[in-house]
Every structure is written in structure tokens, then in C-alpha cells.
Design a protein around this ligand. Structure first.
Ligand SMILES: *Cc1c(COP(=O)(O)O)cnc(C)c1O
Length: 396
């Protein structure tokens, strides 16, 4: 099927990424000949288990963990749910959860449904953010209480790329005997993470955000952390996650993690430079454009820019004509007329929040692509503004 992948300028990598060709190669044998079940007694199946353990080691190496601390899951969302629900079952008398107002729907909507899911009433503290998307640690400290079962704070925001001080926050939670979970889906592979030097108890990651397939994720569970499985079934993953392993995708994730370790440097130099060129170019060539998010405490690949007095959806449609792929807010929140909960939490004015576009790059982007986007965007915004009732010759 020709889906046009050779024509697109793909700058939507926080929504999903291209599967690396090396990852496809590593997976192929397990989608064809090597179809045995790793739990089988015979060599044909059992040998597959050895490759799963190699993949587990590669994931562990990328984040400075032990292989025993890596549990394969079906996605980042499952990992998030598993960690939070486990902590609440571990401490049934603690009914308080601390999180933020800018979490991905995987955490946000779980927290909104906790009372229904557990049959208990919970108190949720959703920490506000500053206008640049950063957190106030003083407020965080004040939120922690004897009743807090778990803190769940993302490592990096999917919409703005803003990075939170999760290591500091995890240390503060540990001092008080509170479990700490981080949704690191956007951070893993983009910035260095070392679990040996932090106090994070649970960490979620997802394959399809780092050039592995969709439908595979990991929950890191620190050795010694109390844990109650979400999926009960067979003894897979040492009894911590039932269900026959998604073998090919797990192998693919392992390969993607070893690649990510190799490419981390490039991500933080070449990709960062492309992102910076794109960002500076757009902000300087398009009037009334604003950066959403802290200028430096940010992932190297992400920029979120508001073009005032135009609709994000309309901008995307015009970009689509040039085969430029990006997002307005989060892919999960588009389709509703409300501006993204992340930009609202940051207090981005209504007229700007509606015209926000997230560009998220990867190692597969080139300078020619950035130049092309820089060439096309001013015209797109200008044309849309000419049609906007709120825009008159550059004056709001
Ligand atoms: C994509 C994403 C998720 C969800 O991961 P899935 O594997 O798609 O379930 C969770 N958190 C963040 C920050 C994400 O960007």
C-alpha cells in the first residue's frame, strides 16, 4: 500500500515515530520462522525467550536499570495505569494522589476515574504550572501528605516538551515514604535517564515513541518496590504481567533502545539544532507568534508555537497540502473544540491557544525539510489571517 510516506515531511514524532529499518530487520525472524512460544518446553519455542532477555537487557541499559526491573507491557497507557493502580492497592488506606494539570490523558483520565475503578474515594492534587509550563516545587512539597499513596508526574510533556525536575521530586517523595511514578514516554531516548542515581519507583515508556512498533511498552519497577499486577494470568514477566509476550515487538523495542543509546548524541546536537532553526525562523518571520513552554528546559526535538488569531486545525489543513505533518495540541485532544488542557493550564490566552502548532522532530528529519517548512509557513498563516475576523492588517 502506498501511504505516501516517501512524500511527507514528518514533524509529528511526539504522536508516533517511524519504525527504524534496523528495528524492522530485528523483528522479521519473529514474525516469520521463529514463532514459538517462549514459555514452551521445547527448544523451538524456548529459544525465543533468550532473545526476549537480550531485549530486556537493551531496555535496561538505555535507562540504567537492571533487567529484572523491566516488565514488558502493551503500551505506555498500560504501564501508567498499572503503576498507579498497583500503588493504590498496596496502600488501601492512603487515598491521596499527587499529579499535575498537564499529564497525558493516560494519567489524567485514569486519575479522573479512580473512584469508579477502585470503589474508593480518592483525593487528587493536580499541581498547576507556571506560564512557561514549569512546576513550582514549593507547591509540590506542600501537597505531599501522610495520606499520599503515589505521585505521578511526567518526565517531559508531550505537547510542549517541557522537562520536569522528576529526580528532585522523586527524592522528596521517598523521604516521606511515598511511591513515585513518572510517565517518561517522551523523555526516554531523547534525554539521558539513569535509574541508578534517582529515587523513581515506577517509570513508563512506550515503543512507538522511540522508533519501535506501536503496541509495546515497558513498566520499570524498582527492585524492592511493592507491586500488584494489573493483568493476572500466566507466569510471564515473572508473574508481574500475564499474557503471551508480544515477541516481535519486544525484540523491536530492544533494538530501538540500543539505537536510541547510539543516537542520543545526534538527538541532542543535530536534531536540537534543526528544532532551534525551525523555532527561531518561525518566530522571526511570522508576526504575533509565540513560543509555548520554557525556552531551555525542553526536549531537544519539540517546539510548540502559537500563531495568534488563527485556528490550529485550519493551519494543519493547509500544511497538509504541502504534506507537512504536525499537530495542534495533543493528538488525543484534537477533535474537541476546547484548546488543549496543557496550554490552558499554562494560561496561554484563548486567541493564542487555539492557533498552537506542535512540531516534533526526529533523527530522520533533514535541514532541507526545515527550510521547506520555513518557506511555506509564513504564507499559510498570512492567508488565514486575511480571512480572520479578528485580524486586520497585522493589528488585533
Ligand atoms: C504517547 C504517550 C503515552 C501513551 O503511550 P501509548 O503507548 O500510546 O499508550 C503516554 N504518555 C505520554 C507522555 C505520551 O506521549
Amino acid at each position: 500500500m502506498d501511504c505516501g510516506s516517501d512524500k511527507v515531511i514528518y514533524m509529528d514524532n511526539n504522536a508516533t515515530t517511524k519504525i527504524a529499518p534496523e528495528v524492522v530487520d530485528a523483528m522479521m525472524p519473529f514474525l516469520t520462522d521463529c514463532y514459538g512460544n517462549p514459555s514452551s518446553m521445547h527448544t523451538f519455542g524456548g529459544q525465543v525467550g533468550r532473545y526476549i532477555e537480550e531485549a530486556r537487557q537493551s531496555v535496561a541499559d538505555l535507562i540504567g536499570a537492571e533487567p529484572e526491573e523491566i516488565v514488558f507491557t502493551s503500551c505506555g497507557t498500560e504501564s501508567d495505569s498499572t503503576a498507579i493502580l498497583s500503588a493504590l492497592q498496596t496502600f488501601p488506606d492512603k487515598r491521596h494522589v499527587v499529579t499535575t494539570r498537564v499529564e497525558h490523558p493516560a494519567v489524567k483520565n485514569l486519575c479522573e476515574n479512580l473512584d469508579n475503578l477502585t470503589g474508593h474515594k480518592h483525593r487528587i492534587t493536580r499541581l498547576p504550572v507556571e506560564s512557561d509550563g514549569t512546576l513550582d516545587l514549593k507547591r509540590y512539597e506542600e501537597a505531599l501528605s501522610d495520606d499520599t499513596a503515589i505521585v505521578s508526574v511526567m518526565w517531559a510533556n508531550n505537547e510542549t516538551g517541557v522537562i520536569f525536575p522528576v529526580e528532585e521530586m522523586a527524592a522528596m517523595a521517598r523521604e516521606r515514604g511515598i511511591l513515585f511514578h513518572t510517565d517518561a514516554v517522551q523523555a526516554v531516548g531523547k534525554i539521558p535517564i539513569n535509574m541508578t542515581t534517582n529515587a523513581v519507583d515506577f517509570l513508563s515508556l512506550s515503543g512507538h515513541k522511540l522508533h519501535a512498533p506501536k503496541g509495546v511498552g515497558v513498566l520499570y519497577i524498582r527492585k524492592g518496590t511493592p507491586f500488584i499486577p494489573f493483568l493476572n494470568g500466566g507466569h510471564q514477566e515473572r508473574g508481574r504481567r500475564g499474557g503471551t509476550e508480544n515477541v516481535a515487538s519486544i525484540i523491536g523495542l530492544g533494538r530501538a533502545c540500543s539505537l536510541a543509546a547510539e543516537k542520543m548524541d545526534e538527538e541532542n546536537t543535530r536534531v536540537r539544532a534543526l528544532r532551534d532553526k525551525l523555532e527561531k525562523g518561525l518566530l522571526s518571520s511570522i508576526p504575533k507568534s509565540l513560543l509555548n513552554g520554557h525556552p531551555t528546559l525542553r526536549l531537544p526535538n519539540t517546539t510548540n508555537i502559537s500563531f495568534e488569531f488563527v485556528e490550529g486545525e485550519a493551519i494543519l489543513l493547509h500544511m497538509n497540502r504541502y504534506n507537512i505533518c504536525a499537530s495542534s495540541g495533543s493528538a488525543c485532544t484534537s477533535g474537541s473544540l476546547e484548546p488543549s488542557h496543557v496550554l490552558r493550564a499554562m494560561g496561554v490566552p484563548f486567541t493564542a491557544a487555539h492557533g498552537s502548532i506542535r512540531f516534533s522532530l526526529s533523527i530522520y528529519n533533514t535541514e532541507e525539510e526545515v527550510d521547506f517548512v520555513l518557506d511555506k509557513m509564513p504564507g499559510i498563516i498570512e492567508n488565514l489571517r486575511q480571512m480572520s475576523p479578528f485580524w486586520n492588517n497585522g493589528e488585533a
